[in-house]
Design a binder for this molecule. Sequence first.
Ligand code: CA
Length: 224
Amino acid sequence: MRILLVEDDKMLADAISRALVQSAYAVDVVDTGERADEALAAHTFDLAILDIGLPGLSGLEVLRRLRARKSVMPVMMLTAFDTLQDRVKGLDLGADDYLAKPFDLPELEARVRALLRRGAGTTPEMSYGPLTFDTVGRRVFCAGKPVDLSARELALLELLLLRQGRVVSKEHLVNHLYGWGDEVGDNAVEVHVYRLRRKIEPLGCEIRTVRGMGYLMERLDEPQ
Ligand code: CA
């Protein structure tokens, strides 16, 4: 899942970004309203965390433009002053949640998870065959035992599970797995699919390559 973080306080942006990356989200950070507006118009994100007080365009204006483009992507607003006026304005412009500074990172992370779940229409636990994906603890279990996955493998599995029963295109995976700062080689997705496949096949799940279309999660015990 890919998150755009719009925050001009560099220390705060670094702290939030680090926490989210640790939870296996791809995070892009911009520090002005203009850059946020450009990024949101040009790229796909699963969520935006948007500070209201920004140099140039305010967070509220960025949000207004986003919704004017008919985007329904979840947005969480951050503000330095918890004023009723800002909160009402943000919600009326289509913000999904609101957090006043200073806040604790665990609360921000919990709200991020809730918004991503709502956006994807999923529950805190996703299951597939013998696998259970705990979206809160950011861990995967097979028949109750933890499965050892890298952050990228975890993120990849999450994307496949969110669309179980459907073919997930390579383009979708690239768009939701990597931020701008990530070095994405031509076959980066293939490499991660290969590694994840080797770990989950012995557990009874397969990632089938559908030529020219993408990847599909399958249970090995399922009739083809
Ligand atoms: Ca600010």
